[in-house]
Ligand binder design. Structure first.
Ligand SMILES: [Zn+2]
Ligand SMILES: [Zn+2]
Length: 377
């Protein structure tokens, strides 16, 4: 995997202007429209990718520190990580580096290659799929480079020509006279819109735009442990760049659906179970719902109302380290009956009188039913 600095032929401390001019030079040299050599197109993509990363101060810092792994796996030849390199997804979760859509900061110039916009896609995920991960197919509308003209906007066989008005500079200077003297204003060229080139014979497929709106199907890999607010980055699936500029990225914003019985907070899952007073007193073995399916748990003898049973390692997997899981915390709700069968009432009263015969307290409780059984009041 070639080093991004090597790809652009700049030193590691190159400033943004040096990067930009190196990128433009290389991009022109290898633009598939101009360069028909085998491998030129791949080289062109590499160049775009390298510039995309190095022109963004945050991404560049990560790249310097972590290499390719730090900035997402969509680079050419990245081994088997697919579009959703596991590490890349997570990086975006931990680093709030999402600066909104748009071209690299500070460059409002339209001349030359222009980076495509980043796009946002909101995805709702089932509770259990968020816990264990899921592969999901989504369809996104985005701009793709026109394959008929290779992004030039010119009909195949023709070429964009240097703009007559601005001579290819993309800007025009206008002398303005005012009472304070005359000065020169620089403005975007009205003929070419700043591109420096005009298309006399536009590509029929994209109407000269160089890009086309396409609905693209993507399989994305939702890692185990995502939560509402997790943001996954799909490198290079935003809008295509203009004039050979790199594509933007697609950001998938996750929203996790509520579960009827289970709640989550961080890595812990919370739920409640209802047991009868007899189960609480005598203990039992009952089935509870977990994300791993129903599990039998032991209700210990003498379980108190609202006591917590902890199922270790049955909670949410840690994002990026799914082997590490939180716990499932179960609150035991004890149901006291409000009605009794005659038989039940007789038994309970026998039990109560048994208690009061043994202990000195509670003789004066005339209801007597639970006095002995459940303590003083
Ligand atoms: Zn076209
Ligand atoms: Zn012009």
């Amino acid at each position: 995997m070639a080093d991004f600095y090597d790809i652009l032929g700049v030193s590691r401390d190159a400033d943004s202007d040096t990067l930009k001019s190196a990128y433009r030079k290389m991009a022109r040299q290898y633009h598939p429209d101009i360069n028909k050599d085998a491998g030129a197109e791949d080289r062109f993509k590499e160049i775009g990718r390298a510039y995309e990363v190095l022109s963004d101060p945050q991404q560049r810092a990560r790249y310097d520190q972590f290499g390719e792994a730090g900035i997402g796996g969509a680079g050419a030849g990245m081994p088997d990580m697919g579009d959703m390199g596991g590490f890349a997804d997570l990086f975006e979760t931990f680093f709030s580096g999402f600066g909104g859509a748009g071209a690299p900061t500070g460059s409002k110039q339209r001349r030359g290659p222009q980076q495509g916009d980043d796009l946002r896609y909101d995805l709702t995920v089932e509770f259990s799929k968020a816990v264990f991960g899921q592969e999901k197919e989504i369809t996104i509308p985005h701009l793709e480079t026109c394959d008929t003209c290779g992004g030039s906007g010119a009909r195949p066989g023709s070429r964009p020509v240097t703009c007559n008005t601005c001579g290819g500079a993309g800007q025009v200077r206008r002398a303005t006279r005012t009472p304070f003297g005359s000065f020169t204003q620089v403005a975007e060229c009205p003929s070419c819109g700043g591109a420096g080139q005009t298309i006399s014979d536009p590509c029929g497929s994209c109407a000269g735009q160089g890009v086309k709106q396409v609905r693209k199907k993507l399989r994305i890999n939702i890692p185990a442990g995502v939560d509402t607010g997790t943001r996954l980055r799909v490198s290079g699936e935003g809008n295509a760049g203009l004039r050979g500029g790199p594509s933007g990225d697609l950001y998938v914003f996750i929203k996790v659906k509520n579960h009827p019985k289970l709640k989550r907070d961080g890595l812990t899952i919370y739920s409640e179970i209802q047991v009868s007073y007899l189960q609480a007193i005598l203990g039992d073995n009952i089935e509870v719902d977990t994300v791993d399916g129903p599990i039998r748990v032991e209700i210990p003898i003498g379980t108190q109302p609202n006591s917590i049973l902890k199922l270790e390692n049955k909670g949410i997997p840690k994002l990026g380290n799914p082997v590490a899981r939180g716990d499932h915390s179960i609150t035991v709700k004890v149901q006291l009956p409000t009605r009794f069968s005659n038989e039940e009432k007789v038994l309970l009263e026998q039990l109560a009188s048994h208690y009061s015969a043994r202990g000195p307290q509670n003789h004066h409780h005339k209801s007597g039913l639970f006095g002995g059984l459940f303590g003083k009041d």
